[in-house]
Design a protein around this ligand. Sequence first.
Ligand code: FES
Length: 151
Amino acid sequence: MERKEFLQSLGAGAAFALMFPCVSGCSNDSEDLETFPVSEGVDFTIDLTSPESAPLANNGGYIAVKSSEELTYLDIVVARNLEGELVAASKICSHQQTEEVRFISDEGGIFFCSTHGSRFSQTGTPLNTITNNPLKVFNTALNGDILRIFE
Ligand code: FES
């Protein structure tokens, strides 16, 4: 099959997409991302007996929460690390401020941003070259079933 025949067999739209894939401008990783500010003055509690906190019952489990009711997005990741300790960090990545940070069990338990793959230690230290900016981490204090997350 000739190229022209192949393109015709795909239809006009597909042929256009194949020939002009970046007609409206190719984006790179720094474009078109919804970004959020890293929260300041964080000090709030969560009830570990609530259904929303259930993933924290297991080592390696994590939840995403809002540090304030006024927020329209989830800004904090709370995790039970592989040693059973409760840790918290910003869900807003220190690379380009997307809200894609989560906790994963790789490397003994790290924070990971799925936008470009930044990896951070539990103290917020960058573990790869995607960013040199530390991830903001928060203090945690457990009082019964109530976990306080604060700066
Ligand atoms: S925004 Fe780029 S790795 Fe998180």
